[in-house]
Design a protein around this ligand. Structure first.
Ligand code: ATP
Length: 358
């Protein structure tokens, strides 16, 4: 097992800067997720750790060892790809054993390790089959088993579940989580699926355009996004961001939103008339019984019952917001609601930079 440390990794492909001086430490035993939209550099970062890409500059350490210039086979990592290429002409057993045999591990040891991995991934009854005789989920487990038998210091996974259908994916996700709990392995996992990231990651690094925007626990990323981009990328629906300006009068600071004046805390560095965004999650918005100095009126536009909750889209002047309500709460299109935003749930952002304040 090992900790992985990246120091100022830069990688370019011609004019494209895929990684802009990325620094990152992944702790020993951590399930670490790289999350971001297509093209942000996740796969490139993983391939740099694997040694499949040569970095332009920067250093990579696995454990105490610098591996920057080492070929993949000398890094003691294993990788599972999206396409989880298993050899079609080999039985499951031989697929799993392949890497060990390449390393000339004695056959008795090969058998021991293959059987152990097969048990862990519930493949015991399938060792004599060919990949064509397996379901997508089973094939994916063969790919993971093949990586596990190598006993790598770090397991790298690039969207390993993306070829599975929705239900299987849900199941495989839980299996992966269990596998991590059982093995305590260091895993670096690439995905663009925020639900997968939230569910699996001990920590998540959100990437954008070759940079890391935030590294945090899933709950911190969800509740306290560092930027508007993160708040919009994580969560379904995305975080609401309401545009307004800060004002200061004898009564203290307020946030003027579509002509309504809401109390706001004093935030160091904020100046009067500064454009701000009030960030709030759909489930934190409250409906009040009557207008108050801390409420704003909205007009309900769409009501979507989703089973576990009701998703409501509403207009606040020229802006829209989304809120979730418990099922059974009667709300109708055209209705006026008085909303409040609990201060502890509000994330204030600078409108220009998109960065969180405080
Ligand atoms: P996706 O989720 O779509 O796989 P990603 O976040 O993994 O995206 P990368 O594959 O790391 O993104 O790509 C980062 C950037 O580097 C993109 O602009 C991509 O076009 C570019 N890139 C990646 N590999 C190469 C390559 N071999 N040659 C040229 N450009 C590349």
């Amino acid at each position: 097992m090992a900790r992985v440390r990246l120091e100022r990794i830069r990688k370019t492909f011609g004019k494209v800067i895929a990684l802009r001086d990325v620094s990152l430490t992944i702790e020993d035993g951590e399930f670490f997720v790289l999350l971001g939209p297509s093209g942000c550099g996740k796969t490139t970062l993983l391939r740099c750790v694997a040694g499949l890409e040569r970095v332009d500059h920067g250093c990579i350490f696995i454990g105490e060892r610098e591996v920057t210039g080492l070929p993949p086979r000398r890094r003691n990592i294993a990788m599972v790809f999206q396409s989880y290429a298993v050899f079609p002409h080999m039985k499951v057993y031989d697929n799993i054993a392949f890497g060990l045999r390449m390393r000339r591990v004695p056959e008795a040891e090969v058998r021991r390790r293959v059987e152990r991995a097969a048990t862990m991934l519930q493949l015991e009854g399938l060792l004599d089959r060919y990949p064509a005789q397996l379901s997508g989920g089973q094939r994916q487990r063969v790919a993971v088993a093949r990586a596990l038998v190598m006993q790598p210091d770090v397991l790298l996974m690039d969207e390993p579940l993306s070829n599975l259908d929705a239900l299987l994916r849900l199941h495989a996700r839980a299996e992966l989580k269990r596998l991590h709990q059982e093995t305590g392995m260091t895993i670096i996992y690439v995905t663009h699926d925020q639900v997968e990231a939230m569910s699996l990651g001990d920590r998540i690094a959100v990437m954008r355009e070759g940079e890391i925007v935030q590294v945090d626990t899933p709950m911190r990323i969800y509740e306290a996004p560092a930027t508007v981009f993160v708040g919009g990328f994580i969560g379904n629906p995305p975080m609401n961001f309401l545009r307004g300006v800060a004002e200061n009068s004898e009564g203290g600071w307020s946030f003027v939103l579509e002509g309504y004046r809401l109390p706001m805390p004093e935030i160091p560095g904020v100046v009067p008339q500064q454009p701000l965004l009030l960030g709030i999650r759909a489930e934190h918005i409250r409906i009040e019984a009557s207008p108050q100095p801390w409420t704003v009126p909205v007009t309900v536009s769409v009501v979507e019952p989703l089973g576990a909750q009701v998703l409501v889209t509403a207009y606040l002047g020229s802006q829209t917001l989304k809120m979730t309500l418990p099922p059974g709460r009667a709300v109708e299109p055209g209705q006026t609601l008085w909303l409040s935003f609990p201060p502890e749930a509000v994330r204030w952002m600078d409108a220009q930079s998109g960065q969180a304040l405080r």
